[in-house]
Design a protein around this ligand. Structure first.
Ligand code: DGL
Length: 283
């Protein structure tokens, strides 16, 4: 059990950003660009990534544990910058765990903000979701899109090799092309009229260059970072009681459950700045 707020005055709370690994950095980069005034803690559970192929219970327990770590470090608001965790753990954490841990804290995900806007991009009414096996199996995108855009037809394709390529820094290598083509072909085999694709895994924007290379002309590629950043800004405006608790020092701390040296190197290349992460032990 966490001991919330240890040593953290309530108006100093950093915003927690969580992902299974490096993918959440694609969301964090856009959040920080849009909302640079706040303090942040990024936690990557690199030691246990990928989450995508794991079962519901495992993803839920890993995610809850990481959320508790972020609460322990003073966060009042945590963004699950991970579709798999948003699909498989968010609802249970919001409804079952938060009331028990601290009803004043909030955990948000990345699926809802994306499904709120996706329909504005499609003319054919057919959209594709590229995501992990776990996210696809949860049908979270299909169910959420149905609420906002009931006329949209949604096609899903799991891309299980993409996260390992990113986590192992092979996403720009020649070998990655095969797996980019494989999953895009499988998606368009379901419907050639898909005109909008959601990168429904925060690791995938790191493969954007290669994905665009094989994308049919005129197809929109939706990347979540900016969508989530705009949605977070809107959320903070609508919830002053949460916003007022957020620290405004513009600081960032990084934590990884794997080797900090490796995290610093990979995250540094991606963010284009020096990163000094700290190690956090996962159970
Ligand atoms: N980046 C995460 C997502 O958005 C998880 C990838 C994984 O660990 O499999 O789904």
């Amino acid at each position: 059990m966490t001991t919330p707020d240890q040593g953290h005055p309530s108006s100093d709370a950093p915003i927690g950003i969580f992902d299974s690994g490096y993918g959440g950095l694609t969301v964090f980069r856009d959040i920080r660009k849009r909302l640079p005034q706040y303090d942040y803690i990024y936690l990557g559970d690199n030691a246990r990534a990928p989450y995508g192929p794991r079962d519901f219970d495992t993803i839920y327990h890993y995610t809850l544990e990481c959320v508790q770590h972020l609460f322990d470090k003073g966060c009042h608001l945590v963004v699950l910058a991970c579709n798999t965790a948003s699909a498989k753990a968010l609802r249970t954490i919001q409804h079952q765990d938060l009331p028990r841990i601290d009803a004043n804290r909030r955990v948000l995900g990345v699926i809802r903000p994306t499904t709120e806007v996706v329909g504005h991009f499609s003319k054919t009414g057919k959209v594709g979701i590229l995501a992990t096996k776990g996210t696809v199996a949860s049908k979270s995108y299909v169910l959420e899109i149905e609420k906002f855009f009931p006329d949209l037809e949604v096609f899903q394709q799991a891309c299980p090799m993409w996260v390992p390529l990113v986590e192992n820094q092979e996403h720009d290598s020649d070998g990655a092309d095969y797996f980019v083509r494989k999953y895009l072909d499988a998606l368009f085999a379901q419907s050639s009229q898909i005109d909008t694709i959601v990168l429904g895994c925060t690791h995938y924007p790191l493969m954007e260059r290669k994905i665009r290379q094989y994308l049919p002309e005129g197809v929109n590629l939706l990347i979540q970072g900016e969508i989530v950043a705009v949605s977070l800004e809107d959320y903070l405006m609508r919830h002053p009681e949460i916003e007022q608790r957020c620290g405004r020092g513009g600081s960032v701390r990084y934590f990884t459950t794997e080797s900090p040296a490796e995290f610093d190197e990979k995250a540094g290349v991606f963010l284009g700045e020096t990163v000094h992460s700290e190690h956090l032990r996962s159970c």
